[in-house]
Design a protein around this ligand. Sequence first.
Ligand code: ADP
Ligand code: MG
Length: 682
Amino acid sequence: MKNNSASASGQPIRASEALRKKLAKLGLRSSVDLVVHLPLRYEDETRITLIAKAPSGVPVQVEATVVSSEIQFRPRRQLVVWVEDESGQLCMRFFNFYPNQRATLVPGACIRFFGEIRDGFFGAEMVHPRFAKASAETPLPQTLTPVYPTTAGVAQSALRKLIVQAIETADLQETLPPELDAALSLPSFAEAVRVLHFPPAGATQEALEARTHPAWQRVKFEEVLAQQFSLRRAYLARRQRGAPALRCKGELAHRLLAALPFALTGAQTRASNEIVADLAQPYPMQRLLQGDVGSGKTIVAALAACHAIEACWQAALMAPTEILAEQHYQKLRGWLEPLGVNVLWLAGSLKASQKKEQQAKAAAGAQLIVGTHALIQEGVDFAKLGLAIVDEQHRFGVQQRLALRQKGGNPHQLMMSATPIPRTLAMSYYADLDVSVLDELPPGRTPVRTRLVSVGRRGEVISFLERQAAENRQAYWVCPLIEESEALQLQTALETYEQLQTELPQCRIGLVHGRLKTDEKQATMAAFLAGEIDVLVATTVIEVGVDVPNASLMVIEHAERFGLSQLHQLRGRVGRGSESSDCVLLYAQPLSQLARQRLKIIFENTDGFEIARQDLQLRGPGEFIGSRQSGVPLLRYADLEADADLVEKARILAEQLLREAPERVERHLARWLGGREELLKS
Ligand code: ADP
Ligand code: MG
């Protein structure tokens, strides 16, 4: 098996040290890496076009004799070469050139040039064409020429040579069992890569560049299959890792439920049961609790913490912002301290001495620790961490989530998110997660009315605010997002705060932004919660998680600048009480096409899943999830949306092969991931 996988991942590339370094930049280390380094596109050098007949703007090949060649210095140093064939003349222009290139382009030489003709200042010309010496007898290539992704210092011709060698020497045998392979009705792996690297005579550029070509289908399927193997293996590896089996009678959770002013929704009960069942297992839970904003994830997390605590282990909850972490802390304290649980606060803004003290308590076994990134910093050690909860998990990078897990050996992990992951992404990027979904909002919520209002009608919004405040209803006013500059964003928030004070003299207006000191933020949020502030002017610091049920109006200024998930999150801050709520999206013209589409989507949809699905369509999975967040390098050839059917097939096959033919899995992974599988585990 060792030998097999070694040969499947190929021999090291035979090239100079310098070239190998450059190839490594392209991820090319072995012969097999070269085999799966596939062309971006193709060029047609099988034909010669007459200069007079050559269309401009598309790649063409001409064969011509050099008439003159000179270096000009104005406007900048360049080599200008005039050539002619039987039909006419053409100018070739080079801004960078080597002496040996110049030596080739001497008057009288017969040269083949490949490039695009464009209309320059002095007539038709080619800038930086590829060229090679030829004679009337030099045969034309019979097939299309592949063009590979490359990097500085690695010429296409060098890559082609290496790939030809690699195809000859590498092991191209199927990794799939013959009967399964046949069922795919696709060309074999060997056939597919041969077709793509060495197009057969007569194959058209169009057919080969279409990713629906059977050869591409084969390659994409193999790639997706490798990803599925890898994710599935990570899943199985996790089951091998030990974790404390958190078993208890559930008395603490029971007492918490009895003390709550509400009953759980069906979805909350279901999710909670799934979590409790996982916690009782001797391997670490890795579960995502996914629920739209306001679906009540916090209480589910609290119940999970109760189980850990009753089983005599610690639980920790990490949130991405201090405002949110603070709010969790207050809420959890309110719920759990009366039941005798000690709840600890740990955030970056604590004074050094306080932090030390809290860290010491965490190390001594505090039962529930709530905080921000401070939880994963150095110096924090948990005595016995049984459960790590990460709220708004998509806000954290993979490394940060891993860090919390590593703090306490192998705790169970519960991640929470209101940003739903569309099904195709869930299948391929989060195959190692179990998912619980809260698909039901607590009763008594009234849907939020969304209004799109142009800034020209800001005055009407102000009057509306005034009437709302007169009825003791509270509002958020979110200031425009200014991506480029935090300072500018802050300035805008201050200006808005002052402006609203003059416009709404009757109202009590508050301000929160990221630069305030923690206790100032806390004081303002507490005042808002207590109803002592009517209008809270805020930057996006309130985007996630903040929960003030009496707030029933959300105004978002320059809504066209926000992303869809942000808008959805912000809108979710209202509609939490029994009053009917409004969300006013103030926008300024002109709207870009994309901004217009986003506003339309948010206006027409309230369901977070639908919004995420449309967001995915708008942006594509690359941006949606980013490899930083997923920890999984994006696929090179397959496209999750377009190739969802391949992902589905690969997923089923992956499970079967891992059971039935592990040695084939090894070979397949070696071929597709070489030594890079570690990257996929997280
Ligand atoms: P999110 O899922 O957005 O984190 P929260 O956990 O903040 O939502 O819950 C939103 C609000 O709904 C909170 O005020 C919470 O106390 C309340 N809530 C949660 N579950 C229920 C329920 N079953 N019935 C009524 N209110 C609930
Ligand atoms: Mg929340």
